[in-house]
Design a protein around this ligand. Structure first.
Ligand code: 6PG
Length: 246
């Protein structure tokens, strides 16, 4: 039975990213102590950039044991301006001693988006030694919140919302007239810990809906880890429309 989400409202965006970095450090050290590695899926978009910048200067992270994945990717090559991989590489991976062999980016340069999704699914199955019908248990999955309530690339009214068996799919996003390659809800909900980051006044209306309007049926509301922790780290501006503000 999913446990209720933990909602932490931080006074400023700076405090929000410091709290997120502190969570990352704690989860990394606990996972490495317990399993010898830390498996984490990064999110894209603009919000996590400040977190990744902070992590790039955070001492004592065991980068040689941190296995990096992405929860979704735009259907573009890794050097494209819209690439989630490129963003993370520029502000974080190029600045810390990561081991290339445990950096698993989505090969979204593939012309056929479904082929890229299938390939990444095989990567997950091999890395986590999954038997048929099993889902990977990430130590941590980072997620953002779109103004329409999407997360990863699970957009409202898109086909991937109903996927119950696949791990990764190519999801057609009508409003962008393109595919996105994205984790499915079963993967998100199999994680040990999911952290949503939301910052700024633009996120206030949708955050209110997601956290306080159960009739909204938004994609982000389907993220409820089966046997894991769901944490919302938001700043006071993003929390501006919530009934509780502290
Ligand atoms: C992406 C993300 C997406 C993002 C939200 C919020 O590839 O864009 O994975 O889900 O988290 O769109 O984006 P911002 O942080 O830019 O508001």
């Amino acid at each position: 039975m999913p446990s209720p989400p933990e909602i932490r409202i931080l006074k400023s965006s700076q405090e929000l990213f410091e709290a997120a970095a502190a969570e990352f450090v704690v989860q990394a050290s606990e996972a490495v102590r317990a399993q010898g590695r830390f498996t984490v899926a990064l999110s894209g978009g603009s919000t996590p950039k400040s977190l990744y910048r902070l992590l790039a200067t955070t001492p004592s992270l065991p980068w040689d044991k941190i296995c990096l994945f992405w929860g979704d990717e735009r259907h573009v090559p890794p050097d494209h301006a819209d690439s989630n991989y490129r963003m993370a590489h520029e502000v974080l991976l190029s600045k810390v001693p990561v081991r290339p062999e445990i950096i698993f980016r989505i090969h979204a340069e593939e012309k056929d988006a479904e082929a890229a999704a299938w390939q990444y699914e095989q990567t997950l199955k091999q890395f986590f030694h999954l038997s048929s019908g099993k889902f990977p248990r990430f130590d941590l999955i980072l997620l953002g919140l779109g103004a329409d309530g999407h997360t990863a690339s699970l957009f409202p009214e898109s086909s991937a919302l109903n996927e119950r068996h696949r791990l990764v799919v190519a999801n057609w996003v009508e409003k962008f007239k393109t595919h996105r390659i994205t984790f499915t809800f079963p993967v998100l909900n199999a994680a040990a810990r999911v952290i949503f980051l939301a910052s700024g006044p633009d996120k206030a209306p949708i955050l209110h809906q997601v956290l306080e309007d159960s009739s909204a049926h938004l994609p982000s509301q389907q993220v409820r880890p089966n046997n894991g922790r769901l944490v919302w780290l938001v700043d006071s501006e993003a929390a501006g429309a919530l009934s509780r503000r502290d």
